[in-house]
Design a protein around this ligand. Structure first.
Ligand code: CA
Length: 235
């Protein structure tokens, strides 16, 4: 079962960097759409579904911060931000803009490809939106550092308490069963779990797909699990 090519939007006004990044990602098998300014980027983003965005901070027409915020208003797509040294004070500031990861120029293309792979893998694994920061007024949760803050003061949480908070906060309003929380927070792995998921997918494919052996909605990600992706025509 072939995994369809992942689409990456590369937003960078410097032609040399845009082309180098695009060439490296294409060599890795990704489908790259280049955009040379913020306006083109948002236009492309409206028109297509992307699996990941590489976004330069300093852009003509619409700055990277605004592009990032605009994308975040409608999407949890993984975003890697590019910036020159000194454009932002530190990594945390970059992540506060809503980006998932952050690279300071000059970076090696190999490093970028590694970050892209890692983010796509994370986005594949769970069904949680891949937000690194959750903000609820006074309460802020920083996923990367496993810290939560109340009115700016760091909360002293155990690892399990943090996980419980994060699990619940990911989907405000969603009701979790005790069993789900035990599993998500304590990580109990009950026997037969994988086989159970596999048979659910098999049953769902039988109902959903024209040819369950060549699925066009639910794809197997080898060694990881499953991924949903609507056919391109359906966009
Ligand atoms: Ca730039």
């Amino acid at each position: 079962m072939a995994i369809p090519t992942r689409r990456i939007l590369v937003v960078e006004d410097e032609k040399a960097i845009r082309e180098a990044v695009g060439a490296y990602l294409e060599k890795e098998g990704y489908w790259v759409t280049p955009a040379e300014d913020g306006a083109i980027a948002l236009d492309e983003f409206d028109k297509h579904k992307f699996d990941l965005v590489v976004l330069d901070l300093m852009l003509p027409k619409i700055p990277g911060e605004e592009v990032c915020r605009a994308m975040r208003n409608t999407s949890d797509v993984p975003i890697i931000m590019l910036t020159a040294k000194g454009e932002l004070e530190d990594r945390v500031t970059g992540l506060e803009l809503g980006a998932d990861d952050y690279l300071v120029k000059p970076f090696s293309p190999r490093e970028l490809v590694a970050r892209v792979r890692a983010l796509l893998r994370r986005a594949n694994v769970g069904d949680e939106p891949q937000r690194e920061h959750l903000d609820f007024g006074d309460l802020a949760i920083d996923v990367a550092s496993h810290k939560a803050f109340l009115a700016g003061q760091e909360l002293d949480l155990t690892a399990s308490e943090f996980k419980l908070l994060l699990t619940l906060a990911r989907y405000p309003g969603r009701v979790y069963s005790r069993m789900e929380l035990v599993e998500k927070v304590l990580g109990y792995d009950f026997e037969g779990y994988e086989r159970t998921i596999d048979s659910h997918v098999k049953n769902l494919r039988a109902k959903l797909e024209d040819d369950p052996k060549e699925p066009t909605f639910i794809y197997t990600v080898h060694g990881v699990g499953y991924r949903f992706e609507p056919p391109i025509d359906a966009e």
